[in-house]
Ligand binder design. Sequence first.
Ligand code: IPM
Ligand code: MG
Length: 382
Amino acid sequence: MKPELLKIAALAGDGIGPEVMREALKVLGAVEKKFHLHLSITAAPVGWAGIDAAGQALPDATLALCKLSDAILFGSVGLPDRDPTIPKEQRPERAALLRIRKEFGLFANLRPVQLPKALAHACPLRPERQGDGIDILVVRELTGGMYFGQPKKTEVIAVPDAQDGNLHPAMRAIDTMVYTTPEIERIAHVAFQAARLRRKKVTSIDKANVLENGVLWRDVVTRVAKAYPDVALEHMFVDNGAMQLVLRPTQFDVLLCENMFGDILSDEAAALAGSLGMLPSASLGATSGERTFGFFEPAGGTAPDIAGKDLANPIAQILSVALMFRYSFGRNDVALAIEAAVGKTIAAGLRTGDIFSAAETGARKVGTREMGDAITAAVAAG
Ligand code: IPM
Ligand code: MG
């Protein structure tokens, strides 16, 4: 029987995007052979690359390709140096990334943070704080909260001058934090279901001591938890959560967050795992039948300062491929094979600059290409 065709849109984007995507595509090639898969991979421009090619951060043709695909493998977008040249609504972060999230209803963002034993030196925390290893799954709500709430605008208003009381024009920026019960319920279910496959604990993050949104979040999550009596639930204020992550990260299993808190805490958690260059991310929509449409990207940004220099760590992009097989294609076996290949390569001592320490014996500093080649070979040998 001919294997089912899996259609992947590969959107490399800007900065280090193209070079880490190149390595992920090598790994995909090895995976296709090894597992006798039938992949159709189509590249398309996005971000500044989209603006340069077709005048839009998300060109119509790229969006059309995504709609015809089973999953999107994404690099990263955004080049802050070029931002002043176009209005903020047209910049890649909003016009491509946020638009794709909304367009495809990708409400659930999963960011697995793991500190491999071999990388203990890359963790900024003292060894005793690392315990038996850090292993956290950040579940971030991705299509609500302050990122999308209306009104969202910057306007000119009149404010009284402190001295003379006369009215003077001033700018006012407004973002709106808004969540509905169903939005909180569906992301809470994702967190509890994920916890069942792990250590069965959910820490729900909010700011219920100040925000209306926090009170609703806490109520709804508490209610959803009743359907998961086998999973322990605790609530934590976001400021305390940020502190606990650096004091005692091993207490966390699944960290359930609204959009902005998840954005912030997932970067913090990634730093604990050695480097942002190690953190993959899956953004999932609703499941229909056997398939969940998904968007897979490294959580780090475009890192323009190191772009094109063979310095970037391709592991986050490669691990994003693993998440694509796990969550969108229902192939946990393929995901595990890719993760094992990454593990083997790290155990063999290969390190890109972000995870290299001269003090580590047996470690060898390598470039983007060499890291990608080694992982590809490990998949093939697997
Ligand atoms: C992320 C990024 C994005 C976000 C930016 C680039 C819009 O930081 O995916 O975490 O804030 O969601
Ligand atoms: Mg972020």
